[in-house]
Design a protein around this ligand. Structure first.
Ligand code: KMH
Ligand code: ZN
Length: 269
């Protein structure tokens, strides 16, 4: 089996300091968290930013500050979010792609997201895919629902996405596709054979879904964006313990962990 790529989704857009005091907020805090996750074995960081009062923002300068720190201090693959938070405009969301990072997330359809709607109309998805192409950024296709895979394949037909396509299945969002083994197997049947894939599980589904990913030969995403607990009722004291646990699980299951340079080759970066 190929080496395991661990993505650390360090902060996300929804979690608050009220929920966990360990949440990094400023670009410097996010970069420090990235550095620790990298030292623990992560090879990709999925980045969101927060403003001075902790609200989600896609502000390009804040992304640039964090990206500069991370690039100076690690060889992590930087993946910026184009999802931002539910309700943001397309103009707001696309900003960090103009920094030309190696990767960006790209959701290829709309989905209920808790009490909100995470809106991704197809013209906007095509516009985002084109921006990624223009800035030489590899998209990670965020799949919250099965139809989003076909939407990604339609982008490929339009020449806006190229093989090998990298998918991230985000299962267990309230309103989206439930985090079950059966759903993951169903989704895997729909992606082209040359694809690479990552699995993210929300909340209590993070560890079981990541475990399935390791066993099935996929890759895994952990971090506060998806889950803040180490175990039931016990907060993770940072993203690093979550990364460390996956490294040790992978070792137990005899799946070696990829360095960032090995991950670049696996993803065709
Ligand atoms: N915050 C969610 C509404 C992404 O980063 O591309 C969307 C999200 C997906 O987090
Ligand atoms: Zn995200």
């Amino acid at each position: 089996m190929e080496k395991l790529i661990i993505t650390a989704a360090l902060v996300g857009a929804e979690v608050t300091r009220k929920q966990t005091p360990f949440l990094p907020l400023s670009p410097r805090e996010i970069a420090d968290e990235a550095k620790k996750a990298w030292a623990a074995g992560a090879s990709i960081v999925h980045l969101h930013m927060r403003d001075s009062i902790g609200n989600p923002t896609q502000n390009k300068e804040l992304f640039a500050e964090a990206v500069d720190y991370i690039q100076a201090e690690t060889d992590l693959i930087i993946q910026v979010s184009t999802g931002g938070a539910a309700g943001m405009t397309a103009e707001e969301r696309i900003q960090p792609v103009t920094l030309a990072p190696e990767m960006a997330s790209l959701s290829t359809g709309s989905v209920n997201f808790g009490e909100d709607v995470f809106s991704n109309p197809l013209p906007m998805v095509r516009e985002f895919a084109l921006a990624c192409q223009n800035y030489h950024v590899k998209p990670e296709i965020e799949v919250f629902e099965a139809g989003m895979i076909q939407n990604a394949l339609n982008l490929r037909e339009l020449g806006l996405l190229h093989e090998p396509i990298h998918f991230n299945f985000v299962l267990g969002v309230p309103g989206g596709m439930p985090a079950t083994a059966k759903n993951l197997l169903f989704l895997l049947d729909l992606i082209p054979p040359a694809s690479t894939w990552t699995i993210s599980g929300i909340g209590k589904h993070q560890l079981p879904m990541n475990t399935l990913g390791i066993i099935l030969g996929g890759h895994v995403r952990t971090g506060f964006e998806d889950n803040i607990y180490y175990r039931k009722g016990v907060l993770a004291e940072g993203n690093t313990p979550l990364v460390e646990r996956l490294v040790s699980l992978a070792q137990s299951l005899e799946r070696p962990v990829a360095s960032p340079s090995e991950a670049r080759i696996l993803l065709g970066l």
